[in-house]
Design a protein around this ligand. Structure first.
Ligand code: ASP
Length: 297
């Protein structure tokens, strides 16, 4: 039985900052995900659970830990994709919903559309019983209501994401973010854009993190899959090539990916990326800095 799981807490990690709390959280969470996949849970269910937990922790710039826009409001982006049938759901600039990835999942399950934005996304989520945030002032870890100039040392930007291969051979990916600090109201990054921040098909599942504008301009997540499908690139070769293109667009960041054989990569061109991986044949790896060389399983 082959399965694999990778999660990330963003590529905005800064040298010299203590990420012990995030490391501990990632270690505990990947163990939960491992149990789910070992018990036969689907990749889609597993990545949804991983990202919802990362959002709720308040330790990353997503969900509870999100930073407000320049005008002091919080607008969040998230997406999720199922590799087998390419069903996908996304929400962009959604306000006041506890779990944007859950809202994205609701869009996927509904099936009429792939992406909903802003107030329409919020209304759709509420209609489908998603949990709303009653008092944003007290909910978010960052102070809401006075603009977001606060770039705390350990949380400059820090999207969260997960990719998985399940024991049935299916792949899935999910990503969720509060976006970049000091973003303009209405700004939408790569995270909710299927093909830019998130992708899953029958070959590979990818979740990106970093300066979203560069990941949009390179269509980064899908480009990993395209290089594998049309150019016969290996997972590592494809991922490294995509990050080089991202760099050419002045983007720093990273990605996590797993292919249909269970191979894993977690490359980044920033200083660090909070990340963890596990598979049926490999104990958990939890790292912030120290890049891996190549793919592993
Ligand atoms: N990619 C995200 C965005 O641009 C930010 C991040 O990954 O930290 O919204």
């Amino acid at each position: 039985m082959t399965y694999a799981l990778v999660i990330h807490g963003g590529a905005g990690a800064q040298p010299g900052v203590d990420y012990e709390e995030q490391r501990r959280h990632l270690a505990d969470l990947i163990a939960i995900g491992h149990k789910m996949l070992a018990a036969g849970e689907s990749a889609l269910e597993t990545v949804a659970a991983m990202v919802a937990n990362l959002e709720a922790s308040g330790l990353y710039v997503a969900g509870k830990g999100s930073a407000p826009n320049l005008d002091g409001t919080v607008e969040l982006d998230a997406s999720i994709m199922n590799g087998r049938d390419r069903r996908a759901g996304a929400v962009a600039a959604i306000p006041n919903i506890v779990s944007p990835v859950h809202a994205a999942r609701l869009v996927l399950e509904d099936g009429r559309h792939v992406m909903l934005a802003g107030n329409g996304a919020h209304a759709f989520a509420l209609t489908n019983n998603a949990e709303a945030i009653a008092d944003p002032e007290s909910y978010y870890t960052e102070h809401v209501g006075h603009g977001s100039a606060k770039e705390t040392n350990n949380r400059t930007h820090g999207t969260v994401g997960a990719v998985a291969l399940d024991s049935g051979g299916d792949l899935a990916a999910a990503t969720s973010t509060g976006g970049t600090f000091n973003k303009l109201p209405g700004r939408v990054g790569d995270t909710p854009l299927i093909g830019a921040g998130t992708w899953a098909d029958d070959l590979v599942a990818v979740s990106c993190t970093g300066i979203g504008e560069a990941f949009i301009r390179t269509c980064a997540a899908h480009d990993v899959a395209a290089r594998m499908r049309y150019g016969n690139a290996g997972l590592n070769q494809a991922s490294e090539a995509v990050l080089r293109e991202v760099k050419k667009c002045d983007g720093d960041g990273g990605l996590i990916a797993v292919d249909c054989t269970g191979k894993i990569v977690m490359p980044f061109n920033s200083d660090g990326m909070k990340r963890a991986a596990i598979s049926n044949s490999m104990p958990a790896i939890v790292r912030v800095f120290e890049p891996e060389t190549g793919e592993f399983s």
